[in-house]
Design a protein around this ligand. Structure first.
Ligand SMILES: Nc1ncnc2c1ncn2[C@@H]1O[C@H](COP(=O)(O)OP(=O)(O)OP(=O)(O)O)[C@@H](O)[C@H]1O
Ligand SMILES: [Mg+2]
Length: 234
C-alpha cells in the first residue's frame, strides 16, 4: 500500500532523516518507535506532503506521491492526525468533525461516518456542543482521530496519541485504534510509548537519530534484548 524508499530529510544543512525505507501493507498496523528527535514526525510529514524529502521516493498504491501537496495526498486517502492533536479549540466537537469531512462530497456517507465515530467514541456524542478547548486531553485526542476518520481514510498516520494521557485513557485509546484497524483502515502509528505501540501493531520500526536500527514483526521486537532494555525497561 505504502512504500518509502531511501527517504532523506534536511532542515537547512542538518540531516534529520538519513535514508529510511518503510512499508505498510493494506490493512496493516505498523508502529515507529524511537526517542525524541529521532525523525519520527518528519517521516509522517514526508508521507502527508507537509515536508518535502531531499531525496528518496514515496509510493502509494503504485503511484509516486512525493512532491504532492498535502490536500492531494489527503484526497488519496492518507490522513494525518498530527502531533499535539491540533483540533480547533474555539469550534465545537461537531464543528471540528465537520471540518474533517471537507473532502467528503457525499453527504450520506459523511453522516454514516459520523455515526460510526460516535459509536467508537461515545464521549464525543455526549460533548457534541462543547468547544474543543473544554475537552480533556484524551477527549481531544479522540476528536483529532475522529476528525481524521471523517475524511474517509484508507491509511491513518497517527503521531504520539498517548502523549500526556493517563494510563487508563491510553488504554482506552489503544482499544479504539485497534477497532479502527479491524474495520479495515491501515494505521501507521508513531509512539514514544513503545510498550503500547508494540502491543497494538503487527510490524515495527525502531528509529534512532534519523536511522533505522531495527525492523521486524512486533512479536520479534518484544523479544529483542536491546528493545527490552532500552524501550521496555525490562
Ligand atoms: N521544522 C524544523 N526545522 C528544523 N529542524 C527540525 C524541524 N522539524 C524537526 N527538526 C529537527 O529534526 C530532528 C527530527 O525531528 P522530528 O520532529 O522528526 O523527531 P521526532 O522523532 O518526531 O521527535 P519527538 O519525539 O520529539 O516528537 C530533530 O533534531 C528536530 O529538532
Ligand atoms: Mg515527533
Amino acid at each position: 500500500m505504502l512504500l518509502l524508499k531511501s527517504i532523506r530529510v534536511h532542515y537547512d544543512k542538518r540531516e534529520a532523516v538519513k535514508g529510511i525505507g518503510l512499508k505498510v501493507a493494506e490493512g496493516d498496523f505498523v508502529v515507529i518507535i524511537g526517542p525524541n528527535g529521532a525523525g519520527k514526525t518528519s517521516i509522517l510529514n514526508v508521507i502527508s506532503g507537509v515536508v518535502n524529502p531531499s531525496d528518496g521516493e514515496v509510493w502509494f498504491r503504485s503511484e509516486r506521491i512525493d512532491g504532492l501537496p498535502p490536500e492531494k495526498v489527503a484526497a488519496r486517502g492518507i490522513i494525518h492526525v498530527p502531533e499535539a492533536r491540533r483540533i480547533f479549540p474555539r469550534l465545537t466537537v461537531i464543528e471540528n468533525l465537520e471540518m474533517g469531512a471537507y473532502l467528503q462530497k457525499d453527504k450520506t456517507k459523511a453522516k454514516r461516518e459520523l455515526e460510526r465515530i460516535f459509536h467508537l467514541f461515545p464521549i464525543l456524542k455526549e460533548r457534541i456542543r462543547q468547544r474543543g478547548e473544554n475537552l480533556s486531553g484524551g477527549e481531544q485526542q479522540m476528536l483529532a482521530i475522529g476528525r481524521g476518520l471523517m475524511a474517509g481514510p484508507t491509511l491513518l498516520l497517527i503521531d504520539e496519541p498517548s502523549l500526556g494521557l493517563s494510563p487508563l485513557v491510553t488504554q482506552h485509546l489503544a482499544g479504539q485504534m485497534t477497532q479502527i484497524n479491524r474495520e479495515g483502515i491501515a494505521i501507521l502509528l508513531v509512539e514514544q510509548n513503545a510498550r503500547m505501540g508494540l502491543k497494538l501493531a503487527n510490524h515495527g520500526y525502531v528509529l534512532t537519530n534519523g536511522e533505522l536500527v531495527l525492523e521486524g514483526t512486533t512479536a520479534e521486537l518484544v523479544e529483542n534484548e536491546e528493545i527490552r532494555k532500552a524501550y521496555l525497561g525490562l
